[in-house]
Design a protein around this ligand. Structure first.
Ligand SMILES: [Zn+2]
Length: 402
């Protein structure tokens, strides 16, 4: 207890002397032939952080002091206290401390992490973000168990390792997340479905480690040799999509390819009913966001008279008519509004019913890039990972980055 009080005192002293100049980012340039480290956001908006390990080494970045602790030790960071004292003074996230241990493993909430843990005070938030800085290949070995399944065929795991490595290195090199915020957020990607789901040390198995090691450094590049964001999803439902069919961004090199390999998946079909009232809520949202024609009046009560042009799975848009007026709805906007639970994929047919609408879909996920269930089925048929990747990314080739 005394130790902890003493620590809080030290932390407060250190933090009160913080300079609010732009924090030194310490970003990592990827040297060729060397394995990069990746910074993964593993916890956000935390009121406090408790990190445990053996022979901990703690560094405060605010005054560059380091301290070593012998034996087993837990260190708590009280983020709320810090923010209450300093709220409004930070205009960007601040790297407070980093920790590593003598054994190479650190524990947070019973999860074990390799590499270092970084504690960052959030921008204008009474909270901290927790970031794991880990060698990329270790990150991939644990990710395979989360993004696929460690019991899956090793060739499917290898294809996933290459896809996830390409995605991660593109994020590191482009600094896409920090550029999006306009300041350094100290991480390259989130461990969530938004980016890719990372595992912890205990998720790594011999098989995931083997799949990672045997594809070490391999990434997909376009025919100009450039790294691009390489996407993947659970199951496409019959055909993969190009990024521009789902999001606003165009990515050079992508091609939609047929995939009947995931159609044996029992969960491939889904049906969801959407009431007229909920659909009207969507229209109001779409109008507000500028996704609908300005001339379209969303306030009127004649929405139940809307007619819909016959829709097909492969259509990206739905044509609707209100009297003589035609308006277009993008399917990805419907999915964005209703969420992944109501609309598990972008591959669906939309029909009008007496009381509203019916979405009849196939697949799971955004549908862009590699279909994971399809890759698994192909690996079981004897396809190697290079052939699997060439099927889903016909305009990309493999390159050994390190
Ligand atoms: Zn598929």
């Amino acid at each position: 207890m005394m130790d902890y009080l003493k620590y809080c005192l030290v932390l407060n002293l250190v933090l009160s002397s913080v300079s609010y100049a732009a924090p030194v980012a310490g970003r990592r340039l990827i040297k060729r032939k060397m394995q990069p480290h990746i910074n993964v956001l593993i916890g956000k908006e935390l009121e406090s952080v408790l990190i445990s390990g053996f022979d901990l080494k703690r560094k405060f970045h605010t005054n560059k002091s380091t301290k070593q602790f012998k034996g087993r030790k837990s260190i708590k960071f009280n983020c709320l206290g810090f923010a209450n004292k300093n709220i409004g003074r930070l205009n960007k996230p601040l790297l407070l401390a980093s920790l590593k241990s003598g054994t190479g493993l650190l524990t947070v909430n019973r999860n074990k992490y390799q590499g270092e843990l970084l504690v960052v005070a959030s921008h204008n938030e009474s909270s901290c973000d927790l970031i794991n800085q880990v060698p990329l290949e270790s990150y991939l070995s644990s990710l395979l168990a989360k993004e696929m399944n460690s019991s899956w065929h090793v060739e499917a795991l290898k294809a996933q390792a290459v896809a996830a490595r390409s995605y991660a290195i593109h994020k590191i090199e482009s600094q896409q997340v920090s550029r999006g915020y306009g300041y350094d957020v100290f991480y390259d990607l989130e461990s969530s479905e938004k980016h890719q789901v990372a595992g912890s040390f205990l998720d790594t198995t011999r098989k995931t480690e083997f799949a990672t090691r045997s594809t070490r450094g391999e990434v997909l590049v376009d025919n100009r040799g450039k790294l691009k964001p390489i996407f993947f999803h659970a199951s496409c439902g019959g055909k993969t999509l190009k990024p521009s069919q789902v999001w606003a961004n165009k990515v050079y090199g992508y091609k939609g390819v047929p995939c009947r390999y995931c159609l044996t998946n029992k969960k491939r079909r889904w049906n969801k009913e959407i009431s007229q009232k909920r659909f009207n809520g969507f229209l109001r949202w779409a109008k507000r966001k500028g996704h609908l024609k300005k001339s379209l009046s969303v306030g009127q009560k004649s929405w139940s008279q809307v007619r819909i042009a016959s829709d097909r799975f492969r259509n990206r848009q739905i044509r609707m008519y209100l009297g003589r007026k035609q308006f277009i709805i993008e399917k990805n906007h419907l999915r964005r509004y209703f969420g992944r639970v109501v609309m598990p994929s972008n591959f669906f047919k939309f029909v009008k019913t007496k009381h509203g609408y019916f979405a009849k879909g196939q697949g799971n996920g955004h549908g862009v890039g590699m279909c994971q269930v399809g890759a698994f089925a192909l690996a079981r048929r004897g396809w190697g990972y290079k052939k699997i990747l060439a099927h889903y990314f016909p305009n990309f080739r493999l390159k050994k980055n390190y």
